[in-house]
Design a binder for this molecule. Structure first.
Ligand code: ADP
Ligand code: MG
Length: 693
């Protein structure tokens, strides 16, 4: 149960002044549905109203708080012209300007002959000093409430600054003083204020320096959020580990056989990763391991060796991929590697219907299938394994934590191996997985051709086409990836079909097209044509991004490269240079090129180390954007900014580890405070993993 002390914060935002049924949706969009969400909505700027000059000293273009006598109202002569209110002090005259003002309201607020305080932006028109629609109009005894520094908040349609400031103030007033959950020595060393004082300070910047991420107030709040994140992950992980694990060990027979038949030797990195996994599986506790490796770093065979351990032990394994394309490719690759081994492998995707599907499911339940490869279809109802011991999830960032769990839930105590070809920066590994065990495959595989990366403005398309022709003459195969248009599959599609047609005019039937809207069979046909060489140009939307393996493809052209993220471009580039021939990656960009896009291209030309690229991507884009919050399972933070607060994350992780060592069930005084923290950041789920949750 949520501690009662937090209840006021978890009331709907509509209890706040100015947030009503009409504005509620806008507030929800902006911050969230609850009072607490307004606390997390920190100011992005400020307006200093402390400056209170005489009228003659007021500077045009600045915000000023002026004390003036109201001399005369000049009502608007027609609707298009404003009402003007002439005012003055002993040094000069000021005209207040109001469009569409209700006359009686103006006369009541600004009675002729009275003295009023007005605060707002002053401008000079002709010789006249004006203030249009003052932000504040007050009487002399209200001076203190006007002459302040006002926070400026990010807005959304339907919300104006003044009511928002008022609502946030009211939310702050409900913030109780809470027991300290941070390690006391840390609070002291960093001079961090207590929680509610930190909030107040963060919402009351006095200068732009107070808006920086590293002020004690903002750093503390960020730390709170990271601490909640790390604590929740640690608890979830502990619980997953506690679940009746099972020791899975094979006799190595199948592995030896498959390894012997491989057309290559495992690299040291692959061997190490395979050993780490085997060791995990052999232990009683449950495995939760992340296999990180760049595109084409050879993760598949490592996964296969892991799955073979399950099979050797008489159980089953599953491999889940995010797209049908990838799933069927995995099935084909693995099927080939398993030839003659006696291991039975089947493919299950959303495309399987009716009889075929029934048969697969029956064989699976009977244990006649050893390894099942598929898409999301794998964790649907009705898919029952006889004995699933290991679940492997490929391209993990495309699945949420929940989906991962669903698949693992298909076995009584299934071990989990997740693989990603998006090298995730350390900080994101921490936020998305806590201290999940990580195996990394670094460096390129032996015998791989390097990829030369060039960038060129789109205007030089003719040259590009000529270069493609030359490449085709030498037997090259070419990927041509079309622009990514944010949130618009339709436009993506149009761009790809358009390019396909145009290239067909030049190259005829050698150009194939593949995009996300195609039916599975069509997609496969196009991919197969490219794979087999019947087509030597493949125009694609970003469906080729993940995992596709055509060793003969040596040229990658990306149109509108400036619209792609760094990691994504790196992934695309990884599609070529997979064979022994060196590859070429051509990034076509539209002019003018923005600074970030320029930086991205420069980094890509400089390095092909996926881990380095991932760190740079984080720096350039910020964590939220990096993996796509929804897909990654990486949480979106309100208060923490991973680019700025990365160091705090490691501290939070260590803090959590220590706290749980001392007080595993969070029962001490600080333990209770940490529970409150979990509730505060809506990590209630994690509390359930505690004994007396
Ligand atoms: P990833 O899944 O990490 O992107 P893959 O597992 O698909 O990479 O491997 C890419 C290619 O490299 C495949 O064609 C695979 O057969 C090959 N490969 C894997 N391991 C090795 C190795 N040790 N030496 C040479 N080639 C390898
Ligand atoms: Mg792969």
């Amino acid at each position: 149960m949520r501690p009662a002390i937090l209840n006021p914060l978890f009331a709907p935002a509509t209890v706040l002044p100015g947030v009503g049924p009409r504005t509620r949706p806008a507030y929800e969009r902006l911050a969230g549905p609850l009072v607490v969400h307004l606390l997390w909505h920190l100011p992005s700027g400020l307006i200093d109203r402390r400056h209170a000059p005489k009228v003659a000293e007021a500077e045009a273009g600045t915000t000023a708080t002026l004390t003036v006598r109201i001399d005369e109202h000049k009502p608007s002569p027609d609707r298009r012209r404003p009402t003007r209110v002439h005012c003055s002090d002993e040094t000069g005259a000021l005209t207040l300007v109001f469009f569409h003002a209700k006359g009686d309201w103006l006369r009541r607020t600004l009675p002729e002959g009275s003295v009023r305080i007005v605060s707002g932006r002053v401008e000079r028109y002709g010789g006249e000093l004006q203030m249009a629609h003052p932000d504040h109009i007050a009487t002399l005894d209200e001076r203190e409430s006007v002459q302040t520094v006002e926070p400026v908040y990010p807005l959304t349609a339907g919300i104006t600054p003044k009511p928002l400031v008022r609502a946030v103030r009211a939310a702050l007033a409900t913030a109780p003083s809470l027991p300290e959950w941070i390690e006391p020595r840390l609070v002291e060393a960093r001079h961090w204020p207590p929680w509610n004082r930190a909030l107040e300070a963060a919402h009351a910047p006095e200068s732009t320096a107070d808006l920086e991420a590293d002020t004690p107030a903002r750093a503390r709040l960020a730390y709170d959020e990271l601490l909640a994140n790390q604590l929740a992950l640690a608890l979830m992980r502990r619980s997953a580990r506690r679940g009746r694990g099972r020791a899975i060990a094979g006799d190595g027979r199948l592995r030896a056989r498959v390894e012997e038949a491989l057309p290559f030797r495992l690299t040291e990195g692959q061997r190490r990763a395979a050993d780490e996994i085997a060791e995990d599986l052999a232990q009683e506790r449950r495995m939760l391991r992340l296999l990180q490796g760049d595109v084409g770093s050879g993760k598949t065979v490592v996964a296969l060796l892991a799955m073979l351990i399950a099979v050797e032990a008489g159980a089953q394994a599953a491999l889940m991929a995010p797209t049908e394309l990838l799933a069927s490719q995995h099935a084909a690759t693995l099927g080939a590697l398993l030839e003659g081994s006696g291991v039975s492998l089947a493919l299950l995707t959303g495309r399987d219907k009716g009889r075929a599907r029934e048969e697969t499911l029956a064989a699976l339940a009977a244990g006649e299938i050893d390894i099942l490869v598929g898409t999301h279809a794998l964790f649907q109802k009705g898919v029952d394994f006889r004995d699933l011991a290991l679940a492997v999830v490929d391209e993990q960032h495309r699945f949420g934590v929940h989906q991962r769990m669903l698949l693992a839930g298909k076995g009584p105590a299934a071990e989990l191996l997740v693989m990603t070809a998006t090298p995730i920066p350390r900080s994101l590994v921490l936020t998305a997985y806590g201290d999940m065990d990580v195996s990394r495959l670094e460096g390129r595989l032996p015998g791989r051709g390097a990829v030369a990366t060039r960038a060129m403005p789109l205007e030089r398309l003719d040259e590009v086409v000529a270069a493609v022709r030359r490449a085709l003459d030498t037997g090259a195969r070419v990927y041509w990836v079309c622009p990514l248009v944010e949130d618009s599959e339709t436009v993506d599609l149009a761009a790809a079909t358009d390019r396909h047609e145009r290239l067909q005019e030049t190259f005829g039937a050698r150009v194939a097209l593949v995009h996300g809207r195609m039916k599975g069979a069509e997609k496969d046909a196009a991919m197969a044509a490219f794979q087999e060489g019947a087509a030597d140009i493949l125009v694609a939307t970003t469906v080729v991004e993940v995992g596709v393996d055509v060793p003969a493809a040596t040229v990658m052209i990306v149109e509108h490269a400036e619209r792609f993220g760094l990691a994504q471009l790196h992934q695309l580039r990884g599609r070529v240079g997979r064979g022994t021939t060196p590859g070429t990656c051509l990034l076509l960009y539209a002019l003018p090129l923005g600074e970030t896009a320029r930086a991205r291209i420069a980094i890509l030309r400089e390095t092909d180390d996926g881990f380095r690229i991932a760190e740079e991507d984080l720096r350039l884009r910020g964590a939220g954007e990096l993996l796509g919050t929804r897909q990654s399972g990486a949480p979106a933070f309100h208060l923490a900014d991973l680019a700025a607060h990365e160091a705090l994350l490691a501290t939070a992780r260590d803090d959590v580890r220590l706290a749980l060592e001392r007080d595993p069930e969070l029962e001490s005084e600080r333990g209770q405070a940490l529970r409150t923290l979990l509730y505060l950041f809506e990590r209630d789920m994690a509390v359930r993993y505690l004994r007396s949750g």
